[in-house]
Design a protein around this ligand. Structure first.
Ligand SMILES: *[C@@H]1O[C@H](CO)[C@@H](O)[C@H](O)[C@H]1NC(C)=O
Ligand SMILES: *[C@@H]1O[C@H](CO)[C@@H](O)[C@H](O)[C@H]1NC(C)=O
Ligand SMILES: *[C@@H]1O[C@H](CO)[C@@H](O)[C@H](O)[C@H]1NC(C)=O
Length: 617
């Protein structure tokens, strides 16, 4: 009976409850059965449906699943990958992506077969030997000198993270030298893109002619998400020029004056002067991976690139103290953008929370796991000096606040509370899948935004004796609106409205669950990942693949004729790694690029480090 109000993935436990009295003596069981009935009846009518306990019962029962069950689930993810990849091979290869409803194809990323390149390492990890052989044939035959679409211009950022990342990662795993040669072929045709005094790349390049295109103003994520790929390419080829490409970008970032943005990088940069422009801050679209690569570059270089670590600590301090808020109803933590141009005080938040930003909990958890955040001296860093008043003025406040905390702890709290919200945006929907963008409601109209910063809630909680759960970290019950509630706008209990209701098969939430599961060992993340996979199977599967959704607010959900390559590269990879009992890529030995392509942490000698001139001052 309750099943109609809850997404399908939560209904199984209901039937289990009804069967649980079977083994008791008849009389007792019918007595308890009656009591249970009355209790449920009362619960159903008295308590708002969104607060019943079926949901947590479901999770608890699932957490007890045996290793065999988890292996079986991992196997189902593998079959999902095979279904998607075979559909692509049959109807779309060697074009870029499959159109999973019309069984068509699309060339949206240079026409080199982006799905093949992006899938290489997942295919290898899954042990799909025939598919790997066939993929190698495509890789061998691709002519990187001709780009299809966009007037023959290749968009640099996507080409690096999907193609170059895929090739390098598959090389790292398989040691097939052809993959490395092709990676270098690609880097060579892309190289004219760096024709700027700042060393930051333009938007796109024509690999046939070497011409480049794009405005003088670059977008943060697009101009600084290449450090991992280029540093690894330099390491395995022994060619320093690739490292210099990455290093030029890092040095430009490190030189930037960030007084007005509290040490965080704004979205826009002048590619000529290498200076940041304006005050727009975000961890979502246009910004995300630039922050991620600060941490990951440090980890990939076996904790050598200290400048990147310093930039990471500044950025995360600002994110935690200025961009994280807490919602009024369910006290959900979220991270948002600041759109204002007056950052002298606090930036005016937009309260938009993007699915893309759901990578952030994973990044923070990875940092808390791998860095000595509670003892930065060990890494040669003095946190006090990172955000001094003279350099940062008003924004130094955030650094001062965090000084009083165990940084490991607060980064983990931030990670867990954001991941809770990412999860609820899925669990709140009839489809069981999360929307691409929401806007949090604020009932604090009269109160300045500073009053409901997440860090303020933490401060208050601590001052009152740190009793009860950390703000934002506790499990909250999903609020699923019925169709009637949705259409009438009369549903209550949600903290947000949907701005972009589609689900684009994106990986970020699962990526963060994966890292949180590894870092905290809490199986609820894995259980939730499984619930999401079940929803993917139910709502997005087509006879030829998997389709993005136009809206998560209905089940069955209306589909879109698109299967992005990152679904195979990231979404299914993180799911598989999380559900299978094995850990072929331990987080302190492998670092995932922003497209989920793993690179091994460097093992290198002092001389090698010197040859790279890694800044270590
Ligand atoms: C790749 O395309 C370029 C430009 O059309 C052409 O000059 C070159 O010969 C092609 N390479 C191969 C191996 O076919
Ligand atoms: C970028 O910086 C250069 C050098 O300082 C300057 O000449 C140019 O006008 C700037 N471009 C924009 C769009 O601000
Ligand atoms: C900081 O917090 C972490 C995580 O709770 C804990 O393991 C560590 O011991 C703490 N460090 C200090 C110096 O108290």
């Amino acid at each position: 009976m309750l099943g109609t109000e809850l997404p399908n993935m939560f209904t199984r436990k209901c039937s289990r409850i009804w069967h649980s009295s079977r083994h008791r003596p008849l009389l007792r069981s019918s007595f308890y059965g009656l009591v249970l009935l009355i209790a449920l009846y009362t619960l159903y009518h008295l308590v708002p449906r969104s607060t019943t306990d079926f949901f947590s019962d479901f999770l608890n029962a699932e957490a007890d699943a045996s290793p065999e069950i988890w292996n079986e689930r991992a196997e189902q993810v593998k079959q999902a990958f095979v279904h998607a990849y075979h559909g692509y091979e049959r109807y779309a290869s060697p074009n870029d992506e499959l159109k999973p409803i019309s069984r068509g194809k699309i060339n949206n990323f240079n026409g080199w077969g982006v799905t093949v390149f992006d899938s290489l390492d997942t295919i290898y990890l899954l042990g799909l030997n025939d598919e790997f052989e066939r993929a190698l044939t495509v890789v061998k035959q691709t002519n990187f000198s001709i780009s299809v679409g966009n007037d023959g211009f290749a968009p640099y950022f996507e080409t690096v993270i999907r193609y170059l990342g895929g090739l390098l990662s598959a090389y790292a795993l398989s040691k097939d030298h052809m993959l490395l040669e092709r990676a270098e072929d690609l880097a060579v045709v892309l190289d004219p893109i760096f024709d700027t005094p700042s060393g930051m790349p333009f938007y796109s390049v024509n690999p046939t002619t070497g011409e480049h295109r794009g405005p003088e103003i670059g977008i943060l994520a697009e101009i600084s998400s290449l450090q991992m790929e280029y540093t690894y390419l330099a390491k395995v080829t022994g060619r320093k020029q690739y490292f210099q490409r990455a290093d030029a970008v890092s040095k430009t970032l490190a030189r930037a004056k960030l007084r007005d943005t509290g040490g965080m990088f704004p979205i826009q940069w002048n590619l000529t002067s290498g200076e940041p422009i304006g005050y727009r801050l975000s961890v979502g679209a246009q910004a995300d991976s630039a922050h991620e690569y600060l941490l990951k570059q440090y980890l990939l270089t076996a904790k050598t690139d200290k400048t990147s670590l310093e930039m990471y600590l500044r950025a995360t301090t600002h994110i935690i103290t200025n961009l994280m808020y807490i919602s009024p109803t369910r006290h959900l933590a979220y991270v948002t953008d600041s759109a204002t141009s007056t950052f002298w005080e606090l930036g005016e938040p937009t309260h938009i929370f993007e699915h893309l930003s759901c990578f952030l909990p994973g990044m923070l958890a990875l940092g808390a796991h791998t860095l000595p955040l509670d003892n930065l001296d060990e890494a040669g860093i003095n946190f006090r000096n990172l955000g001094d008043q003279a350099t940062f003025g008003y924004a130094a406040k955030g650094f001062k606040t965090l000084r009083n905390y165990n940084l490991t702890e607060i980064h983990l709290w931030a990670a867990e509370s954001l991941a809770q919200t990412c999860w609820l945006t899925y669990a709140d929907q009839p489809s069981g899948l999360g929307p691409d963008e929401i806007m949090m409601k604020t009932i604090h109209h009269d109160s300045p935004p500073e009053n409901y910063l997440w860090i303020k809630a933490i401060e208050k909680w601590r001052k009152s004796g740190a009793r009860g759960p950390v703000p934002g970290v506790a499990d909250r019950r999903p609020v699923v609106y019925s169709e009637r509630e949705r259409l009438s706008g009369k549903g209550v209990g949600r903290d947000y409205v949907l701005r972009k209701p589609g689900y684009l098969l994106r990986p970020e939430t699962l990526e963060s669950f994966y890292i949180l599961w590894r870092v905290t060992g809490d199986s609820k993340w894995r259980t939730r990942a499984w619930a999401i996979f079940e929803a993917i199977e139910r709502e997005t599967k087509t006879p030829s693949g998997y389709a993005s959704l136009r809206s998560v607010e209905m089940s069955p959900a209306p589909k879109e004729d698109s299967m992005p390559s990152y679904f195979l590269a990231e979404t299914l990879k993180y799911l598989y790694l999380m559900l299978s009992g094995k850990d072929p890529l331990p987080l302190n030995e492998w670092v995932f690029n922003t497209e989920a392509h793993p690179f091994p942490v460097f093992e290198w000698s002092e001389e090698e480090k010197k040859a790279f001139e890694m800044s270590n001052t």
